[in-house]
Design a protein around this ligand. Structure first.
Ligand code: T1G
Length: 704
């Protein structure tokens, strides 16, 4: 039963109960409708309270339902019922109070604003996060919300999708009352008061004056300008503006139809399918296949980080920002001072940007204890090693850590490529060793690759995932192969970028094609940030054993740049040149000359390369290698790879990730491209057996 019915002091209490978040799925809307109708017909009832069971009011419509909507007509048919039901609620003869705790998101807020009055706990939040799913509010939110809180606030909420604290929503007129105490008691009291006054209120009847409409239209124009630079290729925010604007010059009913039409177009779009895919993929990523949900996770109260360089410093910040005291060790005081100076600078800039208060900066900084010794490591629950990317040095470090830490301490490595099992062996306690691969800058990037070693124990894995969330990261468990998932696939991306450069494309052209596709930075701009030396040293390490990071020819241009000391931003030149103190990328013809030279050495005839070919080669390389990673079991599921690329490299969310994108253009197309490239460039373009099998069976990456 989705809605329970109980009468207290002549107030009907309707409790929505659809765990875990009371999503408005099939039968839930209808159950609410029936319960309100029953209340209005109940002679023992003077007023009605709608409340959510469990941890929240209502987190929105059930997102799973949207999968069934294949055409805009399907969506129009479905939303007609919802709008009619909300109108019936609003027409309730008896005062109808929404009692909000936890979240009132999406359809949950639209349900609440169709009620006559709203009371919320002071720690509740409301919001219209639909744009984060590539849709717009589709249950009257773009029509009722502006009437309650004004156009500007409604525009902000419906275009950024961010939660709004109840205290702020109170000021904005979205909720009418807040309570720090017992919500239900407060709501019943309010309902009885309204009944005694015979007071109801319909948001849809709040008039929009010509002045308000005029100001609203101007606010929409301003928002469109803002979105032109901030929406990063997302279409839904602009669609939300259209729906709100449409309601300013139409009647409520016509504005609602207009909203439904826009919603219907959005919900069947690839953008929305991609963003909904990622919504569930991010939640699925936290589940470890084969590990019982009840696997005990250890309590992490104290941490330590070895290596105060760029990554080590960022990791220490991440722990401190999560409130966990952390030791930060480096070999000598000078290195430590450099690391601490960077940390302080980062916190200063956060304070300057208003992202944290000076008090919180000081409190957080106080949690970081710099040291050049292992004193205090015996009390640490986890140590994260972030020293230079050199296997011998890391093995040495793990052996040393095993001697200075407690038996229960977790030994994690921030290596981005090296063998976790080798570090496990070096420590003598492989069951407590795991990879925690952060992405640069570690205090900003959300992705955490949790690398499972052959003997990493279940509770260390469970702890790593739980800790990852606590650190504000998206933890994804991956297998132990060279480069794990993120960097292993990246090697193919970079291979193609280098070869395309030698074939005739230019550095700025390739980067522009990739950013045009939706990534925040192209391959060469990214390498200039991360450092050309990092990749060069990994190649040198591999070359010792005759290996390369990806099959096939590799452009030698990055090695030439490395030999010239052009490491990127940090040396003022790399793939681009940089003026002192500036991060602006200045194309450098010298690099093009080097590429032409290397092409000649490899006997490559240079030609005109189109942007489409650049995007096709790079995305095909990612998808093909992703399929190989999946079939070899280094990723638990295809959607994990999408989560890794969207959070690790900024792969555009509205494309769903490299495998989702491949599926969008069609796996047969991707396979045909691999085969075409094999014929044109060489056998190193081997189709992944999984890709061939899925195409042969007409299946996709996400089919069970
Ligand atoms: N539909 C279906 N499942 C949902 C869901 C939803 N709206 N929200 C959460 N879940 C599942 C989730 O997949 C997970 O499942 C479990 O609930 C717990 O979620 C008509 C069209 C509310 C802040 O976008 O933001 O309304 O993994 O792990 O961290 O205009 O969930 O356990 O199997 O995220 O505590 C708009 C989406 C919908 C809000 C709680 N609403 N949800 O976070 O738990 S569109 C949203 C959230 C709409 C109307 C439109 C968060 C949360 P499982 P969780 P959490």
């Amino acid at each position: 039963m989705f809605v329970s019915y109980e009468v207290t002091s002549r107030v009907a209490v309707l409790t929505i109960d659809n765990p875990p978040v009371n999503a408005l799925g099939a039968g839930v809307w209808e159950a609410i409708d029936e319960a309100v109708a029953r209340s209005n017909g109940d002679p023992d009832v003077d007023a009605i309270v709608l409340i959510g069971a469990g941890r929240t009011f209502v987190a929105g419509a059930d997102i799973n339902v949207f999968k069934q909507l294949r055409t805009p007509d399907d969506a129009m048919a479905r939303s007609a019922g919802t709008h009619a039901m909300l109108r019936r609620l609003e027409d309730s003869r008896k005062p109808l109070i929404a009692a909000i705790h936890g979240q009132a998101f999406g359809g949950g807020l639209e349900l609440a604003i169709a009620c006559h009055f709203r009371v919320a706990t002071t720690d509740a939040v409301v919001g219209q996060p639909e744009v984060l799913l590539g849709i717009i509010p589709g249950a009257g939110g773009t029509q009722r919300l502006p009437r309650l809180c004004g156009v500007a606030t409604a525009l902000q909420m419906c275009t950024d999708g961010k939660p709004v604290p109840a205290t702020q929503a109170l000021k904005a007129g979205i909720v009418d009352y807040t309570t720090p105490g017992d919500l239900l008691t407060r709501a019943i009291g309010l309902a009885a008061d309204k009944a005694s006054l015979g007071e109801t209120r319909k948001a849809r009847e709040i008039a929009i004056s010509p002045e308000m409409a005029q100001a609203g239209v101007e606010a929409c124009a301003t928002m469109r300008k803002t979105l032109a630079t901030t929406s990063r290729g997302l279409r839904a925010p602009l669609a939300a503006v259209d729906a709100i604007e449409g309601g300013l010059t139409r009647s409520f009913d016509d504005g609602s139809v207009h909203e439904r039409q826009i919603f219907a177009r959005c919900v069947v779009s690839t953008e929305s399918r991609a963003l909904r895919h990622l919504f569930f993929a991010e939640r699925e990523a936290a589940k470890i296949a084969g590990l019982p949900a009840a696997t005990p996770a250890l309590d992490i109260r104290r941490a330590a980080v070895v290596g105060a360089g760029t990554m080590g410093g960022g990791i220490a910040m991440t722990y401190a920002s999560a409130g966990i005291p952390v030791l930060l060790k480096d070999v000598d005081q000078a290195a430590l001072d450099r690391g601490l100076a960077t940390i302080r600078r980062n916190y200063e800039s956060a304070v300057a940007k208003g992202r944290m208060s000076a008090e919180s900066r000081d409190r957080t900084l106080a949690l970081i204890s710099p040291t050049t010794s292992f004193d205090g490591f015996a009390e640490a629950d986890i140590v994260v090693e972030a020293v230079f990317e050199d296997l011998a040095l890391k093995k040495e470090t793990f052996a040393a850590l095993a001697a200075v830490t407690g038996e229960q301490c977790i030994l994690a490595s921030n290596t981005s490529t090296l063998d976790i099992d080798a570090l496990g062996t070096a420590s003598g306690r492989p069951h407590r060793v795991v990879g925690h691969h952060f992405f640069s800058p570690a205090n900003v990037m959300k992705l955490l690759e949790v690398v499972r070693g052959r003997e990493t124990s279940p509770s260390i894995l469970a702890t790593s995932v739980q800790l990852g969330k606590r650190l504000g990261k998206i933890p994804v468990v991956v297998g132990n192969c060279f480069g794990f998932v993120a960097n292993r696939m990246l090697a193919y991306y970079m291979r193609e970028a280098g070869l395309l450069l030698e074939e005739g494309a230019s550095v700025p052209q390739i980067d522009a094609a990739v950013t045009g596709f939706g990534l925040p930075v192209g391959p060469f701009g990214m390498q200039d940030i991360a450092g050309i030396d990092v990749g060069a040293r990994i190649r040198q390490h591999l070359a010792k054993t005759g290996q390369t990071r990806a099959e096939g020819p590799q452009s030698a241009v990055p090695d030439r740049l490395f030999e010239m000391g052009r490491y990127g931003q940090k040396t003022g030149a790399g793939w681009y040149r940089y003026e002192t103190g500036s991060r602006e990328r200045i194309p450098d013809p010298l690099v093009e000359d080097i590429a032409a030279g290397e092409a000649r050495k490899r006997g490559v005839t240079r030609r005109t390369v189109t942007d489409d070919e650049i995007v096709a080669r790079i995305t095909t390389a990612l998808a093909n290698e992703g399929a190989r990673v999946l079939e070899q079991g280094f990723a638990q599921r295809a959607s994990d790879i999408d989560v890794i690329y969207c959070h690790g490299f900024g792969f555009p969310r509205y494309r769903g990730g490299p495998l989702f994108y491949a599926q969008t253009i069609g796996l047969p197309v991707v396979l045909a491209r691999v085969r075409e490239y094999r014929a044109r460039f060489g056998d190193y373009w081997q189709p992944a057996p999984l890709l061939e099998r899925l195409v042969a069976e007409g299946r996709g990456f996400y089919d069970d």
